[in-house]
Design a protein. Structure first.
Length: 225
């Protein structure tokens, strides 16, 4: 599995050009891309700057000698390479398993090209089956948001930090709800319903944002456009 993720990441990194500002995704697959970007800088002498999507990614980028920049300095990112939790046949995604969905969505939206890297277990016919949809919300609004979500057919669970058994907090100081919607047949409709609930900061539905996906299999890397 690790080799499969690594292969997909290395293949995707071939799309990076000298001088690029690169969005750095979060998660175990994106970590392989970050290591490869570090190698491109050190060994291939490419001049690249990274915009991290989480604190965890920021630390990994520093460890791999990637010069860090920000959206303030570079509002337009050339290429974003990130992982996903589920990918449907239209390259719509569920993201947020690692809790970084809000910054990940901002970086993806600010990027000229978005490339998703994953192993083939992430490919699904419909989003939502066997994976709860993460959303980032204000802790203040927790009970209100949960009530509204139940009204539209979801079962929300507040994410707990497994290490501390306390509420899981995002890099932005907010909390995450993981919602069981069963199969999400109409992701666009669901996303707009969720976006209209006050207190929800961002949803893990990434719709129409992805240009390409590199899917690692045991034998090859499939490229989906
Ligand atoms: C982070 O918030 C997520 O969106 C990740 O991109 C996602 O969880 C993928 O992680 P893995 O590559 O570790 O499966």
């Amino acid at each position: 599995m690790e080799l499969v993720k690594k292969r997909a990441a290395i293949e995707a990194c071939k799309q990076i050009k000298d001088g690029d500002i690169v969005g750095l995704g979060t998660g175990s697959t994106a970590a392989y891309a970050i290591k490869e970007i570090g190698r491109l800088i050190r060994k291939e002498k490419m001049q690249l700057y990274g915009v991290p999507t989480s604190r965890q990614t920021y630390l990994l980028a520093i460890e791999n000698s990637i010069p860090i920049t920000s959206l303030r300095q570079h509002p337009r990112i050339d290429i974003d390479i990130d992982g996903a939790d589920q990918i449907d046949e239209n390259l719509n995604l569920i993201k947020g398993g690692g809790g970084a969905l809000t910054r990940e969505k901002i970086i993806a939206s600010a990027s000229k090209e978005v490339i998703i890297i994953a192993d083939e277990s992430k490919l699904v016919k419909n989003l939502g089956k066997n994976y709860y949809l993460p959303i980032e919300i204000l802790e203040f609004a927790e009970s209100f948001v949960k009530t509204q979500i139940k009204k539209i057919g979801g079962k929300p669970f507040t994410r707990i930090n497994k290490n501390t058994s306390e509420l899981y907090k995002t890099d932005n100081g907010n909390i995450i709800l993981d919602i069981d919607f069963d199969i999400i047949y109409e992701p666009i409709k669901l996303d707009s319903k969720l976006q209209s609930i006050p207190g929800i900061i961002e949803t893990g539905l990434f719709i129409g944002m992805v240009d390409k996906a590199y899917i690692g299999t045991k034998t090859t890397v499939k490229k989906l456009d």
